[in-house]
Design a binder for this molecule. Structure first.
Ligand code: HEM
Length: 399
């Protein structure tokens, strides 16, 4: 019989700089200790890093709710740093109502319509990078690309978009503890919240863009006009920093695996699986939480109502129980079932856009660049949730 006393306890702080820099030994230890563990520095939560349990928790929204926050803070006990997201930090039926609208706006059909523009921007940017020869993979490619194409698609004006970077950093840091990373993010916020909220207003959004389409749903009575800017905010919080780091991590993976890049160069149609495998191998969003909505269990281990459950997405995506040779970045793998984009009812609503961005950037590289060489040491940008790079010096060898 299991009781809470039998849960293994490990002395890891997932938010300590050394764990954020290299989380993989910790993931291994958490997975091997058991399906559910406790972490000494955070005695009120339980954590899972095996694929089976992470997947099960994410797919059980009745027992494991999002409305009390999807970070460390339990909104039942402490207020969130900003008004709660109407979709990410919500449960059915409200979640379903919001999700229906955003899924429609970001449907496969809508994504087909933006494809040509996204591809043309990727080709132009890769050409500029190639002309430079040696680039910073983050500042010259992974960052400017989503910062251009995604706000363009939402319909946000070009001026001041750098605020989106500061905001994204803050949102994802706020899902961890009140540590130095959060304090530094908060100190940079200055006018950012005001800018974000102003740019969620209809008057700032290009008619017909993804943002304006949310207001059209309000015009049709599907949501209120007060809810509309909050849903635009979801696009702006969740759609930029995530893809920047998804692309950055993919460049990192390819630069460090020249044989895999050679396969991609030989067959650019591998761009999509190469991006997908990068999401698995180096998960952009490392962690998301749920809260037990009632007394429940994970793998037979009792979990009391209101307990925070830390899901290590990055750990699940390298679980040897699920993936053969999980540490290997292998573009021939079809990593179906990875949880880098979540799973279940909250699974990333922007995933078609994220995949499109990954695919068109890697295709443009594959066609024009024979080899990507590491041109110097990279540096990491530590964030409480995101696996992010600050700099990534690369040399692009033309085809
Ligand atoms: C590589 C890029 C991306 C990654 C790794 C990523 C990751 C995720 C993950 C893991 C979740 C699930 C959160 C949870 O279960 O609590 C999620 C949800 C979400 N994502 Fe993404 N995302 C990416 C790109 C995008 C883009 C481009 C958009 C906007 C178009 C977006 C908008 C959202 C929204 C609104 C949610 C909440 C969905 C819900 O609660 O139903 N994401 N994302």
């Amino acid at each position: 019989m299991n009781d809470t006393m039998t849960i293994p306890e490990l002395d890891f702080d997932p938010y300590a700089p050394e764990q954020l820099t290299d989380p993989y030994p910790m993931h291994h230890a958490v997975r091997e200790a058991g399906p559910v563990v406790r972490l000494k520095p955070y005695p009120t939560l339980v954590a899972c890093a095996r694929h089976e349990q992470v997947h099960a928790v994410l797919n059980d929204h009745e027992n494991f709710i999002s409305g009390a926050g999807v970070g460390l803070t339990n909104f039942n006990l402490e207020p969130p740093f900003r008004p709660k997201s109407l979709i990410l930090e919500a449960d059915p039926p409200q979640h379903t109502q919001m999700r229906t609208i955003l899924s429609r706006i970001l449907s496969p059909k809508a994504v087909t319509q933006i494809r040509a523009t996204f591809a043309a921007e990727a080709e132009a940017l890769v050409d500029r990078c190639l002309a430079q020869g040696t680039i910073d993979g983050i500042h010259d490619l992974a960052q400017p690309y989503p910062l251009k194409v995604f706000p363009d698609a939402v319909g946000v004006e070009a001026d001041g978009r750098e605020h989106l970077l500061v905001y994204g950093d803050m949102v994802f840091n706020s899902m961890g503890p009140r540590n130095e990373l959060l304090a530094k993010s908060a100190a940079r916020m200055g006018p950012v919240t005001e800018w974000i909220m102003a740019h969620c207003a209809r008057s700032h959004l290009r008619p017909g863009g993804f943002g304006d389409q949310i207001y059209q749903a309000a015009d049709a009575g599907e949501i209120t006009h007060e809810q509309a800017p909050m849903l635009v905010r979801s696009f702006l919080s969740a759609g930029v920093d995530t893809t920047i780091n998804g692309l950055g991590n993919a460049l990192f993976a390819l630069a460090h695996h020249p044989a895999e890049y050679a396969k991609l160069h030989a067959d650019p149609t591998l761009a999509r699986p190469a991006f997908e495998e990068a999401l698995r191998w180096e998960s952009t969003a490392q962690t998301f939480y749920r809260t037990a909505g009632r007394d429940t269990q994970i793998a037979g281990v009792p979990v009391a109502e209101n307990t925070k459950v830390l899901c290590f997405l990055g750990g699940a995506n390298r679980d040897p129980r699920k993936w053969p040779d999980p540490e290997r970045y292998d573009i021939g793998r079809r990593p179906t079932g990875h949880v880098a984009l979540g799973s279940g009812i909250h699974g990333c609503v922007g995933q078609a856009v994220a995949r499109l961005e990954g695919e068109v950037v890697l295709t443009a590289l594959a066609r024009r660049v024979k080899a990507i060489e590491v041109a110097g040491p990279h540096t990491r940008r530590l964030n409480n949730t995101l696996r992010a790079l600050d700099t990534l010096p690369l040399r692009l060898i033309p085809a």
